[in-house]
Design a binder for this molecule. Structure first.
Ligand code: SF4
Length: 432
């Protein structure tokens, strides 16, 4: 889990800790539940009498703090006397009007008020200061030492960078599914989003519950980042890939869409989960050149927007030149040359790459000149290939090429690696 700022002091009687983190460790008597209903928490039964001046509470049986101390009427009284009636908490009606607390027995308490308290039960659902702390978690002089509550998580460590919690195995309620939880502080909202996409974290929160705060949203918008306050829908995805009239398109069958539109829908599906890596296998095959350029432009825009990596598989050197930063040339399932696109395409180091580039028709070719293809056929992959797979078609082959498999090695241009020591004599190892 990533949050915007350090969890702060979790002392439930102070006001500095993050609500979301306090909630992991401490619990209230009552919970503010669905549709505003008051639900059981550490109290299982209650009744308000005398027109709102008396609150009878029955405590849940068998609850213990993380240090093993029972949560009973004595612990409840010790906690309530630390906040009810305290001047520092007098913004709460219950504090201002508190008259006294009587222990009936270990599980029953009567809390009295001078006047009826407006919203009495809601006040007991607040995160602070009324979440309950183990009496043993304060020093002899009464100073607070560590956060020891009754909640599902027990704090193991806390710094300004991260807080670590482990599952409280004796928890009275439904235990968390995971044994450990790390709350990491990532102050930058884009950093939190990137970590979420990368799968490094599972949940993000800003200062409170939302992924980013309103101020962060304004700052990001001012910096030119498009901030959408919307959980995201299919329509948003369809809009993102540049399909006009998305509502109408969503009601159409695939055969009613053009090839370009179908390709855009495919891209929308592929990026719906905001992947860290998108593998696009022949994304522009069967598209005319105009649509092909549009799809490549769209892919690059989405890549930048979602900050994802992209692998394009293609036979089209034009696509490689216009869309890629690095290229890996494969032959018979082997990487035969790799490097920056602008270098590999301009000065290839492997005969297969040379042949591919040479096969591209040129405007300077005389009309009627023959097509320059590679001679021969690709190898049969069902049989082992002991040497260089390109050897039967290679104009530079030497006898050793047939028996010794060339490794991919750095060439004279340090940015390019090639699997052909015959042409790249600076390679560490040579064959023949
Ligand atoms: S290793 Fe030999 S056969 Fe393979 S590409 Fe180089 S020269 Fe040609």
């Amino acid at each position: 889990m990533a949050i915007a700022k350090a969890a702060g002091d979790l002392n439930p009687h102070k006001y500095t800790g993050l609500f979301a983190v306090q909630d992991l460790v401490f619990e209230p008597l009552f919970k503010y539940g669905h549709e505003g209903n008051i639900e059981p928490g550490l109290a299982t039964e209650w009744s308000v009498e005398e027109g709102g001046k008396l609150l009878n509470v029955t405590l849940r049986e068998g609850v213990t703090f993380h240090d093993g101390t029972p949560f009973d009427a004595t612990a409840l009284k010790w906690n309530l006397e630390r906040w009810i009636g305290m001047e520092a908490n007098n913004w709460m009606n219950s504090s201002r009007l508190f008259a006294g607390l009587d222990i009936v027995d270990a599980r029953h308490v009567r809390i009295r008020f001078r006047e009826p308290v407006l919203g009495l039960l809601q006040e007991f659902t607040y995160v602070r200061p009324v979440r309950f702390l183990s009496p043993r978690s304060v020093a002899e002089d009464g100073s607070y030492r560590q956060p020891v509550g009754t909640g599902p998580w027990r704090q193991v460590s806390a710094t300004n960078e991260a807080s670590v919690f482990e599952r409280y195995e004796e928890y009275w309620g439904e235990k968390p599914a995971f044994p450990k939880l790390e709350v990491r502080v990532l102050p930058d909202s884009r950093g939190r989003m990137a970590a979420l996409r990368a799968g490094d974290i599972d949940l993000i929160g800003g200062a409170f519950a939302s992924p980013i705060t309103a101020t962060e949203a304004q700052t990001l918008s001012a910096a030119g980042v498009h901030v959408v306050i919307d959980p995201g829908t299919t329509l948003d995805l369809i809009r993102m890939v540049g399909i006009s009239d998305p509502s109408a398109r969503l009601r159409q069958y695939p055969h009613e869409l053009s090839g370009g539109l179908r390709q855009r829908v495919m891209i929308a599906i592929a990026v719906a989960a905001e992947p860290k890596l998108l593998i696009a296998d022949e994304p522009t095959t069967a598209l005319d050149v105009t649509v092909q350029a549009q799809i490549l432009k769209l892919l690059k825009e989405i890549q930048a927007k979602l900050e994802m990596a992209m692998v394009l598989t293609t036979h089209d050197m034009g696509v490689v030149a216009s869309a890629a930063d690095r290229v890996v040339v494969m032959y018979a399932g082997r990487n035969v040359e790799t490097g920056p696109v602008e270098k590999v395409l301009v000065s290839p180091r492997h005969p297969y790459t040379m042949g591919l580039i040479d096969a591209i028709p040129s405007r300077s070719d005389p009309i009627g000149s023959p097509f320059r293809g590679l001679p021969g056929m690709p190898p049969v992959l069902s049989a082992p290939i002991p040497g260089c797979a390109f050897e039967p078609r290679c104009p530079h082959a030497v006898p050793a090429c047939r028996t010794q498999r060339p490794e991919l090695e750095r060439t004279a241009d340090a940015a390019i690696f090639a699997a052909c020591p015959v042409l790249n004599t600076s390679c560490k190892e040579r064959i023949g």
